[in-house]
Write a protein that binds this ligand. Structure first.
Ligand code: ZN
Length: 475
């Protein structure tokens, strides 16, 4: 393998505190013997397509522009919701120049004459974003979804390994299949300098059954067994020099289903509803945004409220915080965004539950918001590029992954806004970054909200957020 060659493995939806030796012994051993980043965090909203885009661009959502899993983008979908799970929607937005404002890892590697590959069981949309540019560049992509991967790798996998197993929860059969595609075809045939393997569990199983359900524990074990086979394969000298592991976000427990559209009849047509929601006001001005934010804050189901005043991303209104302080506030972001109410406070972390909309049932896992369980992620690395046995307390987040990978590969990091995690890299020792804490709060009437952040060399990383409002948590 080439110097610096690295495999990035993502366990979708894996909370750091559930990545235990009991549930995931291979992963736990890897984290303990390699470089483990204890205070790693997701981005906000903590949604998969947003997170995977931050991972491969090294930028916050306010910079890359894939601002939510679902939002309103009238130039692409004139009278409906722009759902980023659908790769045809993404391709249409991309053709219009309205999808991504920053370069992806795949594009950067191609520019440097290096090889890049993606193997994934994630949705078509997440695959499109994590492999952004691959189609035009002819980079190999394998997806379990038909018509999403690159033709040659898809055909080679079908010929040598047979058809893709059916999707299920746990999705272990598909994950095992993808792992074989990675180790038996993608690496020997394409010798990638950088590859991404994205496992759709434990996320989908946790959504269906809950974060501590036997099915989710079985899903974690399935991922871990596959990861164990990857470690054995790498140990035999066939794979990359380095492995980096991550999760894109965690999960909290969905407590009760909530009909948000019915609760906001005045905003039909401008609402992108979810546990994380956007209000695309027809005439977003400082005043109309302030009125909408106050109205939301009066509702017992409302969690945190953020605003993105057009042309003035640092502006706030009473009861809200500017989305830009969390790395949001893109021109495609809604003028008003909010989460549904979740439990959790600055003083007490658990158990965290939230209201939700959509397809899960009460007790199922949920994410998208700012609770500790959603933002805490796994991030660790091992191999010659990484220091061994390091447990780093320095806070970090998804945008730091791409510049760190680029540095390992000997490439420049210009255009990324994350930080190279030098404290865990071999031979990269430097002055540790300056770390401080800050609390941002906003209050209006009975509604209070706060965001707890670190400042790492002056750049904010959100630890978690909380809200309190009128009435009891409506579960
Ligand atoms: Zn995810």
């Amino acid at each position: 393998m080439t110097t610096g060659s690295t495999l990035l493995v993502c366990f979708d939806g894996l909370r750091r505190d559930r990545a235990t030796p009991e549930r995931m012994p291979n992963l736990a051993r890897f984290m303990e013997t390699g470089a483990d980043l204890l205070n790693s965090r997701s981005v906000f909203p903590s949604e998969t397509r947003v997170a995977s885009t931050s991972t491969v661009t090294g930028c916050a959502p306010g910079e890359h522009g894939l601002v939510a899993n679902q939002f309103i983008n009238r130039a692409v979908v004139p009278d409906g919701l722009f759902n980023t799970a659908n790769h045809h929607n993404l391709a249409r937005a991309d053709d219009l120049g309205l999808l991504l404002d920053r370069e992806s890892l795949g594009q950067r590697l191609a520019r440097a004459g290096k090889r890049f590959a993606v193997v994934t069981t994630a949705t078509a949309g997440a695959t499109f974003m994590m492999s952004y540019g691959a189609q035009k560049l002819g980079q190999p992509v394998f997806s379990v979804h038909q018509g999403v991967g690159s033709p040659a790798l898809t055909r080679a996998a079908e010929e040598r390994l047979g058809p893709v197993p059916a999707a299920a929860t746990p999705n272990t059969a598909q994950i095992d299949h993808a792992t074989r595609v990675l180790t038996e075809i993608a690496y020997p045939d394409h010798r990638p300098d950088l590859a991404i393997l994205w496992m759709s569990d434990p996320d989908i199983t946790s959504h269906g059954f809950g974060i501590d359900a036997p099915e989710t524990i079985a899903a974690q074990r399935g991922c871990d067994d596959a990861f164990g086979r990857i470690l054995d394969w790498r140990g035999s000298g066939e794979g990359p020099e380095n492995i980096m592991v991550m999760s894109d976000h965690g999960h909290v427990t969905g407590a009760a289903k909530f009909d948000l559209a019915a609760a906001l009849p005045g905003y039909a047509g401008s609402l992108s509803p979810g546990y994380f929601s956007g209000l695309y006001l027809p005439e977003p001005t400082h005043d109309t945004i302030a009125v909408a934010a106050e109205r939301l804050a009066q509702q017992p189901w409302c969690g945190l409220v953020f605003v993105n005043v057009p042309g003035d991303p640092l502006a706030s209104v009473p009861g809200a915080l500017p989305a830009s302080v969390l790395g949001g506030g893109h021109p495609r972001s809604a003028p008003v965004t909010f989460t549904l109410r979740a439990t959790g406070s600055p003083e007490s972390a658990s158990p965290e539950t939230c209201l939700f909309t959509g397809s899960i049932s009460p007790g199922g896992g949920m994410h998208g918001g700012l609770a500790r369980g959603e933002l805490s992620t796994v991030l660790a690395g091992a191999g010659p590029a990484f220091r061994s046995g390091i447990r780093s307390q320095t806070p970090c987040w998804l945008p730091d992954i791409a510049p760190t990978l680029l540095t390992i590969l000997g490439l420049d990091t210009e255009g990324t806004s994350g930080r190279v995690l030098r404290e865990v890299l071999e031979g990269q020792e430097s002055e540790p970054p300056a770390v401080s804490r800050r609390s941002l709060t906003a209050t209006i009437g009975d509604h209070q909200q706060g965001v707890e952040q670190w400042l790492v060399d002056g750049r904010p990383i959100t630890d978690f957020g909380w809200s309190r409002g009128p009435g009891e948590f409506p579960a």
